[in-house]
Write a protein that binds this ligand. Structure first.
Ligand code: ADP
Ligand code: CO
Length: 363
């Protein structure tokens, strides 16, 4: 194969068929307070266009550690579009996927009659509250845009990713990103904007604590829909909390004010999960271990008399922690002490509580 500079692999197949293959990595994006509002439980004002009911903010990780990796290939010999996720074939008729494919093909200049095969792998848990949908759709749309040679059309890419998974529109950009909800009925102004690049706050570190890597029982989109339809607390959150909170977090990021950033992030995570519980029937995303992590972080911050670590949980039991580089060694030591490596996951799976695990370790 010949590889051109954009990373597209042009493969010469048998006879006259030419395959175009394109590979793209997109980082997992974790939330500052973002998902709380969009990928998860923000709710949407338009289900088809995926228009949110509030602004939201997230941080995008670099692709080095946690990422989705998507390869797309097209050939005149392919009989139908197909997709494999983590090695397993998935339903291509998924409406969100179809949205993305249709819109990309509409804009494509080349190859748009050919069928595609899509292969995507996440190197972190899928559908477990770590934003696989955001990374996955961002990656897919950028890969398809390269394949169909419309990668320069950033505006289209943003809105197409949004129609796959709302929060994916933020994940196309690096650093801290805001998704402005916009007001146009067609969603033209519901777009992501970079607040600052990652280099603005190079001391910022993110730790992901995988509590349970199983697929969540209630997907983010179902959770969002139920919350917006049934939770009274959600109405309060939308009117009286989120507008100011988004502004405050954005300002804290610009000023690199960790304390303000951390406090709002923590409170927002807690309020989002309170709103989930207020849905009818209630939705519970966190488990005992998640709550133990929360308690541990508050105990730690109190002990050091400073807000050094922030936590946030998306629609799942897994924790995303924000802390500054200088706090990492000490806090990782604390984590190792309370969650000894090699013990937890197995015992937690057997249903032991945190306290029982600790006792069994005689710590
Ligand atoms: P998460 O918290 O991981 O974002 P969601 O419920 O929001 O969970 O979305 C999970 C869904 O996103 C998966 O069931 C799948 O349909 C889709 N998805 C996840 N990863 C990818 C990927 N790499 N490529 C395409 N779609 C993906
Ligand atoms: Co998601």
């Amino acid at each position: 194969p010949t590889v051109d500079t954009t990373g597209i692999i042009l493969k010469t197949g048998s006879g006259s068929s030419i395959k175009r293959e394109c590979e793209q990595e997109a980082a997992l994006s974790v939330k500052g307070m973002r998902k709380h509002m969009c990928c998860n439980i923000g709710g949407k004002r338009d289900e088809m266009l995926i228009l949110p009911v509030n602004d939201s903010i997230s941080a995008t990780l670099d692709t080095e550690h946690l990422h989705a990796k998507t390869t797309v290939m097209t050939s005149p010999t392919f009989k139908e579009d197909r997709i494999w996720l983590n090695g397993k074939e998935e339903e291509i008729k998924n409406p969100r996927l179809q949205n993305c494919l249709t819109q990309i093909r509409k804009r494509a200049r080349n190859f748009n009659q050919w069928k595609v095969h899509i292969c995507s792998e996440n190197n972190f848990p899928t559908a477990a509250g770590l934003a696989s949908s955001a990374a996955g759709y961002a990656c897919l749309v950028v890969a398809l845009a390269k394949l169909y040679q419309i990668e320069d059309d950033i505006t289209s890419i943003t809105s197409i990713t949004r129609s796959g998974s709302g929060s994916a529109c933020r994940s196309v950009m690096g650093g801290f990103v805001k998704w402005c909800m916009g007001s146009e009925p067609n969603g033209a102004d519901s777009i992501a904007k970079q607040i600052v690049p990652a280099s603005h706050w190079p001391e910022m570190r993110i730790l992901i604590l995988v509590v349970n890597d199983a697929k969540k029982k209630i997907s983010s989109s179902i959770g969002m829909k139920r919350t917006i339809e049934t939770s009274d607390l959600m109405q309060h959150r939308l009117k009286h909390v989120l507008p100011n909170r988004v502004k405050a977090i954005e300002q804290a990021i610009i000023e690199k004010n960790f304390k303000t950033f951390a406090e709002h992030t923590i409170k927002d995570s807690n309020q989002m999960h309170a709103v989930c519980l207020d849905a009818y029937p209630p939705i519970v995303y966190m488990n005992d271990v998640s709550h133990t992590i929360i308690n541990l972080i508050h105990a730690y911050n109190e002990a050091v008399n400073e807000v050094k670590v922030a936590y946030t949980f998306d629609a799942g039991p897994n924790a995303t922690l924000y802390l500054l580089e200088e706090s990492v060694p000490e806090f990782v030591g604390v984590l190792d002490h309370f969650f000894p490596p090699g013990v937890n996951s197995e015992q937690y799976r057997k249903g032991l509580t945190f306290r029982e695990v600790i006792n069994s370790q005689e710590l």
